[in-house]
Design a protein around this ligand. Sequence first.
Ligand code: ATP
Length: 357
Amino acid sequence: MEIKIEHVSKKFGDFTALDDISLTIADGELFFLLGPSGCGKTTLLRCLGGFEQPTTGRILLGGEDVAGKPANQRNTAMVFQGYALFPHMTVFENVSFGLEMKGVPPEEREKRVNAALRSVQIEHLGGRKPNELSGGQQQRVALARTLVVEPGCLLLDEPLANLDAKLRRDMRQEIRRLCKDNKLTGVYVTHDRQEALSMADRVAILKDGKIRQIGTPLEIYRHPSDAFIANFIGETNFVPGKVVSVENGQTAVETAFGVLKSDTASGWKAGDDVQLSMRPETLSLKNGDESCVNVLHVTLKQTTYLGEIADHIAVGKDGSELKFYELNPISEMQNGAACELKVRPQDVVVLPPGKEE
Ligand code: ATP
């Protein structure tokens, strides 16, 4: 089911929780809403599910304008963070409840409940009550309960937030598989960037009720549109500088580490104040005689050996710091050692100056 959100705003009194959001989610897509606490993710999800009504703008689900339609008349199903299972009902009854409400006859109900329990691998737990289940099992019941009504769209509000770290990682691919196997359009709210990067077809990053960037996980991670996104989606080094030239699709920027070239070409001209974003894994030690486009002369300040990687902090001539990782370190490095780092132009992102938390 395609979802179209057109100029949706939502106000609570004077406070604007959503500010002119427009976006289209394709049929069958697993789409993530990612952003810091309070940015409006849950409010947008609740507007899709019919638990809130937008103050202005339109929402089209499968081409139908759903203005004013309550949750139970929409072709959507929501998985809540706290699961909201009925404590006095068995797993089977919890999953069956939605079908009963729709007047599905008992025989068909049993078939569909069993199929839903099978798809989340808890067929053997149908007779238990929610308090006799682990957090992960409760989460599966919540998923089965939404899948069983065969919605066109699954709305997931931080569904893994109550699980421990390992289970959370294991469930990521399982939720993705369930959405894809059932050809569901999924809208998934989280503030966990790894959840979004590892599961999403596309991600929208929200801040203060506005969409700041939409893209695939790779696009957002490698080509953030501003410093907030670059920092929110992963660790990075920001280095201030001034553009010295834009030639042959490359932007050259004068920095405290020397002139660095970036494959980001669009929009910049000589004299512009900018900042470069370089992620720690894109910087590495240069071999003595290797010829590289970008060489940074630094002094090692701090090294933390972690087995598969070493985590280094280096400083430039002006004292500014750069974090970089060394994969598979085979020898110890001494603090105070002078060294040269390299970074490929395709890994250097030119951004407007200025930061925001
Ligand atoms: P979190 O990750 O903390 O759940 P979120 O991005 O999902 O955050 P929302 O729950 O959508 O954020 O809330 C967005 C803003 O709207 C917040 O500042 C919140 O306090 C406010 N808000 C949400 N619901 C209401 C309400 N019913 N009345 C007043 N303000 C509200």
